[in-house]
Design a binder for this molecule. Structure first.
Ligand SMILES: Cc1cc2nc3c(=O)[nH]c(=O)nc-3n(C[C@H](O)[C@H](O)[C@H](O)COP(=O)(O)O)c2cc1C
Ligand code: SF4
Length: 1669
């Protein structure tokens, strides 16, 4: 057997003086081996000399080597690959100018996909060089044409190039008839050689001496005349063909026609594909379906003769289809050369051939079209015959190339894919008796080939064919055909194999079994099939009824002489699971583990924004922009996408022209309406057109409708109609990761930036996910890079910081007519990523300026505006420099005067430097302060350091400092981390450290650096001999209750004490420990430790013991505030800080606002030496939660202007704004008042917002109850005019002469907050028992007759402080509606007068009642009322949940209960409810009602607006109620990052936890069961956690106490079930309980009741037994 290469090499050896091999490829090594063994064996060629064999590296100069020997008259051959041809073009031209018999054998390979047919592009590139080109189409021809080429070269004295497909011929092994030397000698005689050599020397001589006119010289000159005209070559060839046929019986022709003599369709091919075409045509012509097919096989491609072509084509032909193998890369290019040649020939045929259509088809197109066989031809034939007029270009892809879409977008012509029915055509081939075997599961192509050889040798057949394949996946295979006498060896892959010989069964793929014919054999030596085979392979083997034979001897087994039959078990029929090796054809990739789909939030937004217009051009087949694109390696790259977009653009331009032509064509009658619409469309697609995307969309759908209508009767429209997808203007995007930022200058990104084309790029930067430090350094700032090319739109956005910013940028980028780049930040992304972390990291990056938010819009420049818009506050240094250079910085600074102060460097070192400076300043000013403080201090110095998170330790430290000062000590006081160089400790003689415990035995945030520095010191590294110290630690011995966590108790204090001792410092006192569990909390321990300190310092008896400032007293503060004025006005005017002082902070609460700081940013800002990110929360009182559309619009606008952009609906039916900066506080509060809402008394020690059941069903009752609530609210409102003065600029009443006064509250207001609610049974959504005062409406005969009054409810408590507890309210009695306001006043004033004003933790009404008894309280209230309350009336609650969905009220108005997770009204990616509700408020005629569980009712929709409202809700996805019962009944408080009391996440985390619980719920079939879940970030209880059936109360980061057993109707408190659980344990604990509940619950039993019955927790009766476990 020979391969194409060995055959060519053998001939070359046998007919040449010299053979050159251009090395470094498999073919050349085969060639070299062949040549070597030939030289070893025979040694001599027909030239009678020993053939010289030379291996030379393939490069541009390789062919230089041949000119010398050629000039000597030697016969020279060379063997090379097509890829080295192009570089040799100059050489080839030069060789072709000489009359030399040079033959070049070229194996034509595909550039990227080795298993495909050869790619002839490189061969075509040299077709003009003057070489004659011969193409062989199988191994036999490779040998024969090598001989013919050599003979013709000698005869015509011109060079030949002989080419063949690489994998399919060069490497294929085939039984061929070898040509012996004798025959060679006959074909190329000694005389031929002598004549040739003579002519060469004649030419040489004539060059040397043209003047010599001797007869001999004249003769020689005559002989040496350049031979090679086309005619000469054709003549030499035809002479050789004839001679060759005479001696071998194999007739070759320049063109071979086969098939029907009356063919109407003729396929023209060269190369291996020609075998397929000829066989297919022959087979298909035998069928009834198609008869008139012909195949024209081109063997001599150059010289070319139009006349020959025309002569070869039957006169009957109407369609000529030129089939050429072309690599994918060439697809966007123009037509193929052979096609053009054929077209030229047909044209040359003039009128006779005018009716002939010529089409260009491509096969072997990369990965999608690796194979070209009978099925592919069958499909082509059906296509060509099916269509009246076929596309000028088409491409054929293999079966199952379901990703053909990629090509469809890229390729201007038809994309054909082999279909099921085409596959049957393979049987035609199998019928001829050929046996086909595939060897699979071998490690290497060589191994596969070895097994194949065994089969060939063992199975008798007259001819055989083997080709071994080494695909990109690890599985190699060999295809073996054992050919019957008259069969042709096909280059296509085997389909319908008789047997699979399987090496390693684990490598057997589904596609391999697909190639086995039904009932075929599977032969393997492996006995572990059950384990090794994948499920899908087993199932297919079963389906195909394969005969599995276990045998070591594949040949005997194949012949049926050996092996044990393995019975396929029935269980395989339903086996499933795929093998680890992917199954998409020969170029299989081993599938990479799926990368997380990190970009999804941005992708979702793109899809939402552009919907059908969205066109993502690259990476469409990958699971993620970070995952390899399994369809095409390059498809994810910007180059690929850009190329695709350009091709699409070209196609569209072409289409536009086509439409224009049609419109202008008088001969075509287009209906007027369509004509008009199309004309409008043509205008709308002009580059400067201004039709909005929406309008264009409408126009396009109109056109499509019209086309659909008219197309059947107007055939000329069908082409346009068929291309309807080109009508809409697309929003074109390339999506990539930050890896695109490397090597920017040479990348596709650069290409796009500089192209000026209207292409949008979204580049997602997952800093933490994909950028280790070194890569970060290589990464270029694409934004800066692009802005330097000023005509590029650039935006830097972050979805977790500003959703609307992203939206704006996407829309602007789309609108911008040029390249746009959006850089999008997405840290911590991916499936398992934690969105809270992503949020925090985004915030930190934006806040620090490392990820600035900005937009650079060149269109603004045209309007004479600055193109740079900064959307965040900070920018990093390089951006700053760019802006400064470009002069944008000053413009920006002019717009935003405070900008210069926020321009900071993101460089760590800069930040640290700055921090150091700040620390130094802080120390200096402390020093100055203390110099003043202790100006005449005579005592010893004392340095007091504190570490404190929430102020306890800091308070104690201040106390110690003040007392020390009083005792005459020189005091220095500061936070531990503000202490400079740790070595300075050596200079401190007396050191007191007061440090609390955070986290799990960790240092508090302002003590960590100090500890880091101290703990890293080793003995001897610091001299502390002179330092004396005293440590007081604060902690809580029960904070972490598990015995194994005991080590966390007061750990920092203990560590400090031990470390200082070990470093050689000496103790002033023993370590003191404060424990929250002690009778007086940490004071107990402190009172023991403090005197010891004074003793040790020798100042125990010094004076000033009582010089401590008076204990801060809230009442005193209120008293001194002049009715809540304090110095708020002055404080607001102080621009040096974003915060207000502590006293004013407390007063501001009464005004409905308090200061917060963004805790996510604390650490980052502290590192940078910046003050906390202060802002204000503003709460808006909305009695009963009812707001008009106008109010909604007003609040919505304020939210956009002054807040973090969200509206928060609270658990108490109020609105909350977060993130209001101090400077905007007043404007915002004024704005709220303009909507006729107020913030007064929304917080503070007063009656707050009154909640009312928003019951829209009983609207009459609701109206009455609502009116009552409003009346009560007004009655109980503070009367101070301070609010109006401060916020609304009203002048003090009668100047300052008249003192304000508070008739109800008095100057000290209430001891604590006071909360009132009104419930309307059967719904207890307001949680009537959780509030100080409650009213349960009693409705009798549909009339409100009065209220049951409840008192003493409250949620707040402190962890581990049993003196604090939640308490359900008691029912006090019944009152009439007329009495109700009065009752409220009397209850509230009783609490005003008897509430505990000494301890805020004990100041709520619940404690007053428990301390004094309900009876006492009732009589006190009744005596104030002057009448007795009636006995409570019966009532029944069913639940405390919200009602969702549409309901109709009694007055024909409709109400929609809408779900808003945790009450956050913002534009969520999947529910842009902020925009949706704003748009609704513009026309909604009813009102909006905030529900007590943080959702919203769109109430009072009139019947006529119902449909419109429904559509509107659907448009914004606001009608989605498809949630589990769990989610619909889950509620969380705000907590982190804004709430200062939060110990753990709540609002941000609950949705995540619920998702995890949902898994359990779904498994147990409880999807729709309502279980109330409540979560809060601290025990304060804002989301009423102690009434939840399940509750989580934050204890520390990621750690919660879990409570169970609350009443489903909100009537019973729950009970602590487990303390301090983290997520994993929460799920572990709850799963079995929920599962048991699903199985064991009684009919109608609620979860809260079940857990008590099942004994998980004890039932809680009232507040006092809450802590009894
Ligand atoms: C989130 C958190 C975690 C705590 N972890 C511990 C601990 O691990 N060990 C301990 O003894 N005390 C712990 N405590 C208790 C505090 O140290 C104690 O309440 C102290 O008085 C707080 O002081 P500060 O107000 O100065 O921050 C923790 C407190 C909180 C809020
Ligand atoms: S419950 Fe605690 S953490 Fe949650 S909002 Fe209220 S005070 Fe903040």
């Amino acid at each position: 057997m020979q391969s194409g290469t060995s055959a060519a090499a053998t001939v070359a050896y046998n007919v040449s003086h010299q053979v050159l091999v251009l090395t470094n490829t498999p073919e050349s090594s085969t060639a070299l081996q062949t040549l070597k063994s030939l030289s070893e064996r025979s040694g001599k060629s027909i030239t009678k000399s020993v053939t010289a064999v030379k291996a030379v590296p393939a490069n541009a100069d390789s062919l230089f080597q041949v000119s010398g020997p050629l000039a000597q008259g030697q016969l020279v051959s060379a063997i090379t690959q097509s890829k080295s041809l192009v570089q040799s073009i100059p050489q080839l031209y030069s060789i072709a100018r000489q009359p030399h018999a040079f033959v070049l054998h070229v194996s034509a390979e595909s550039r990227s996909f080795p298993d495909t047919y050869g790619d002839f592009s490189d061969i075509m590139a040299v077709r003009q060089t003057g070489f004659s080109l011969l193409s062989s189409s199988n191994v036999q021809e490779a040998q024969d044409l090598s001989i013919i080429a050599q003979a013709a070269a000698v005869k015509s004295r011109s060079p030949f190039l002989h080419f063949h497909d690489a994998t399919r011929i060069s490497q294929e092994l085939n039984s061929i008839s070898a040509v012996d030397t004798k025959t060679l000698n006959h074909l190329i005689t000694q005389k031929d050689i002598a004549d040739y050599q003579e002519s060469i020397s004649g030419a040489r001589m004539s060059e040397e001496d043209q003047t010599d006119s001797s007869a001999e010289q004249v003769y020689l000159r005559y002989k040496s005349k350049p031979a090679a005209t086309s005619q000469d070559i054709f003549a030499a060839l035809s002479q050789t063909f004839t001679q060759f046929a005479e001696v071998t019986g194999r007739q070759y022709r320049a063109l071979t026609y086969a098939g029907s003599p009356d063919a109407t369709t003729v396929f023209v091919t060269m190369g291996a594909g020609a075998q397929v075409v000829a066989s297919a045509v022959e087979a298909i012509n035998k069928t009834d379906e198609f008869k008139a097919l012909g195949a024209l096989h081109v063997t001599v491609y150059r010289p070319w003769s139009d006349a020959e072509i025309l002569a070869a084509l039957p006169v009957s032909v109407t369609k000529v289809v030129v089939l050429e193998p072309t690599d994918e890369a060439g697809l966007t290019g123009s037509f193929n050369p052979l096609f053009l040649d054929i077209v030229g020939a047909i044209q040359a045929g003039g009128i006779a051939r005018q009716h002939v259509d010529v089409a260009s088809g491509r096969y072997g197109v990369g990965r999608l079209g690796v194979d070209f066989g009978l099925s592919e031809m069958n499909r082509i034939v059906r296509y060509v015959h099916g269509a009246q007029k076929i596309d000028r270009q088409f491409v054929i892809l293999n079966a199952g190339a379901d990703t053909a879409e990629v090509l469809r977008d890229r390729f201007a012509g038809q994309v054909l894919t082999v279909e099921e029915e085409d596959l049957a055509s393979q049987d035609l081939y199998a019928e001829n008796g050929t046996k086909q075997v595939i060897v699979v599961g071998e490690q290497s192509a060589q191994d596969a080939e070895k097994v194949a050889h065994k089969v060939v040798n063992g199975v008798k057949a007259s001819k055989a064919q083997i080709y071994a394949i080494k695909p990109e996946a690890s599985v190699a295979e060999a295809h073996v055909r054992l050919l019957s006498e008259d069969a042709v060896a096909l280059p296509s892959f085997i389909i319908g194999a008789d047997a699979l010989v399987v090496g390693n069964p684990a490598l057997l793929r589904h596609t391999d079994v697909q190639r086995l014919k039904s009932g075929g054999k599977v032969i393997t030596a492996s006995k572990s099939l059950e384990q090794s085979l994948s499920g899908d392979v087993k199932a297919l083997l079963f389906k195909k009824a394969a005969q599995v034979i276990l045998s070591e001897d594949a040949v005997k087994a194949f012949n049926g002489q050996h092996g044990e039959k393995f019975d396929i078990p029935a269980s395989w029929s339903s086996a499933s699971g795929t093998s680890s090796v992917a199954t998409n054809g020969h170029s299989d990739f081993v599938k990479a583990a799926p990368a997380p789909v990190v970009e999804s939030p941005y992708l979702r937004l793109l899809v939402q924004t552009f919907d059908k217009r969205l066109n993502i051009a690259n990476g469409v087949n990958a699971e993620s922009i970070w995952a390899p694109d399994t369809t095409s390696k390059d498809a994810a790259s910007p180059e690929f996408g850009y190329g695709k977009l350009l091709a699409q653009a070209q196609r569209r331009q072409h289409f536009i022209k086509q439409v224009k032509r049609l419109l202008n064509d008088d001969k075509v009658s287009i209906p007027a309406d369509l004509h008009k619409a199309l004309s409008q469309w043509v205008v709308s697609v002009q580059p400067d057109a201004s039709l909005s995307a929406q309008k264009q969309e409408a126009l396009v759908s109109e056109i499509l409708d019209l086309l659909a209508k008219y197309e059947p009767s107007h055939k000329e429209l069908s082409d346009i109609y068929a291309q309807g997808d080109l009508l809409p203007s697309k929003s074109n995007w390339l999506i990539g990761s930050d890896t695109w930022a490397y090597d920017l200058g040479s990348s596709g990104v650069h290409h796009v930036i500089t192209s000026g084309e209207n292409v949008n790029m979204l580049i997602i930067d997952t800093a933490t996910y994909s950028t280790p430090v070194q890569r970060e350094q290589r990464k270029k700032d694409i934004g800066l890079y692009a802005m330097n090319y000023s005509s590029v739109y650039v935006a830097s956005v972050a979805i977790y910081s500003s959703y609307t910013g992203v939206l704006h940028a996407m829309m602007e980028a789309d609108a911008y007519n040029g390249p746009s780049i959006i850089l999008a930040y997405l840290p911590q992304a991916g499936e398992g990523a934690n969105p809270i972390e992503a949020l925090k990291e985004t915030k930190a990056a934006v806040d620090a300026g490392t990820w600035p938010l900005y937009r650079w819009n060149p269109t603004l420049e045209l309007e004479n505006k600055d193109p740079f818009i900064l959307d965040s506050e900070r920018i990093k240094r390089d951006l700053e420099e760019f802006l400064a250079k470009e002069n944008h910085l000053s413009q920006l600074a002019a717009q935003q005067p405070d900008l210069s102060t926020v321009l900071v460097s993101s460089l760590e070192s800069e930040a640290l430097k700055r921090h150091e400076e700040l620390k130094k300043n802080a120390r200096d000013s402390y020093a100055k302060l203390l110099a003043g403080l202790s100006g005449n201090a005579t005592g010893p110095p004392l340095t007091v350091l504190f570490g404190s998170d929430n102020g306890n330790a800091e308070g104690l430290a201040k106390k110690v400092a003040a007392k020390a000062k009083g005792r005459g000590l020189k005091v220095t006081l500061m936070a531990m981390d503000d202490f400079g160089d740790i070595q300075e400790l050596a200079n401190v003689s007396n050191l007191a450290i007061i440090c609390c415990t955070a986290g799990q035995g960790e240092f508090p945030s302002n003590g960590r650096e100090f500890w880091k520095a101290l703990s890293s010191l080793n003995n001897g590294e610091i001299q502390l001999a002179e330092t004396k110290f005293a440590i007081f630690g604060l902690g809580d011995s029960h904070y972490w209750p598990r015995p194994e966590d005991a080590g966390y108790y007061n750990k920092p204090g203990k560590q400090l004490d031990a470390k200082l001792e070990s470093l050689g410092a000496s103790r002033l006192t023993d370590l003191g420990l404060g424990d929250d569990q002690d009778a007086d909390g940490f004071e107990t321990g402190f009172n023991v430790w403090q005197p010891e300190l004074w003793k040790a310092l020798g100042v125990a008896d010094a004076g000033g013991v009582d010089d401590e400032p008076p204990k801060f007293n809230d009442d005193l503060h209120k008293l001194n505030s002049n009715f809540l004025r304090g110095t708020i006005v002055e404080d607001l005017a102080d621009e040096s800080t974003g915060a207000v002082n502590e006293g004013n902070g407390k007063l501001l609460k009464f005004h409905g606002t308090y200061g917060q700081d963004d805790r996510d940013l604390r650490e980052e800002r502290r590192k940078m030496g910046l003050e906390k990110a202060y802002s204000f929360m503003i709460r808006v009182r909305v009695p009963g939660g009812v707001a008009t559309p106008q109010q909604w619009l007003g609040l919505d606008e304020l939210a956009d202007k002054y807040t973090n952009g969200h509206l928060k609906l609270t658990t108490r039916q109020a609105f909350q704004f977060h993130g209001v900066l101090k400077k905007n506080l007043k404007t915002t509060i004024r704005g709220i008042n303009q909507t006729l809402l107020s913030t007064l008394a929304a917080c503070g020690d007063v009656n707050r917002n009154i909640m009312v059941n928003p019951n829209p069903h009983l609207s009459k009752i609701h109206a009455e109850v609502q009116a009552f609530a409003e009346k009560m609210m007004n009655h109980l409102a503070p009367k101070t005019s301070a609010y109006h003065e401060i916020w609304l600029d009203q002048k003090p009443v009668a100047g300052n002469a008249v003192q304000d006064f508070e008739p109800l509250y008095g100057p000290t207001y209430l001891p604590r907050k006071f909360k009132i609610v009104v419930a309307v049974p059967p719904n207890n959504d307001v949680d009537v028992f959780a509030h100080d005062l409650g009213y349960i409406a009693i409705v009798e005969n549909e009339k409100l007759v009065g209220y049951n009054v409840t008192v003493g409810g409250g949620m707040g408590m402190t962890h581990n402080n049993k003196k604090t507890y939640p308490r359900p309210a008691d029912v006090l009695g019944f009152c009439t509606p007329e009495q109700a306001v009065d009752v409220a006043e009397k209850v509230m004033t009783t609490q005003r007068d008897f509430g505990d004003r000494t301890n805020r933790k004990h100041a709520r009404l619940k404690y007053t009642i428990d301390d004094r008894g309900l009876d006492w309280f009732k009589s006190e209230v009744e005596s104030r009322l002057g009448y007795k309350l009636e006995e409570p009336r019966p009532y029944e609650f069913t639940d405390n949940a919200d009602r969702y969905g549409w309901t109709k009220g009694v007055d024909d108005k409709w109400h929609f209960g809408m779900y808003i997770e945790n009450g956050k009204v913002k534009d969520w990616p999947d529910m842009p409810c902020k925009t949706g509700l704003r748009e609704l408020a513009k026309w909604h005629k009813g009102d909006f009602r905030l529900t007590p569980n943080q959702h919203l009712i769109i109430a009072n929709v009139p019947e006529e607006d119902l449909e419109k409202t429904k559509e509107h809700l659907a448009k914004y996805n606001m009608d989605n109620l498809n949630f589990t019962g769990l989610r619909l009944n889950a509620m969380a408080c705000v907590a982190l990052p804004t709430c200062g009391l939060a110990m753990a996440e709540s609002e941000r985390y609950l949705p995540i936890l619920v998702s995890k619980l949902e898994n359990i719920i779904e498994q147990t079939g409880l999807r729709d069961d309502a279980i109330t879940i409540r979560m809060t970030g601290c025990p304060n209880g804002c989301a009423r956690p102690y009434l939840g059936e399940i509750a989580f109360v934050g204890k520390a980061p990621n750690t919660y106490n879990v409570y169970l057993g609350g009443g489903h109707r909100g009537e019973r408190l729950n009970k602590l079930y487990k303390e301090s659980l983290q997520e994993e344990d929460i799920l572990k604990e709850l799963e079995p309980i929920i599962k048991r509940y699903a199985l064991e619950r009684h009919e109608g039993e609620f979860f809260g009741d079940f857990v008590i019955r099942a004994g998980y927790v004890k039932k809680t009766i009232t507040g006092k037994d809450f802590h009894d476990l």
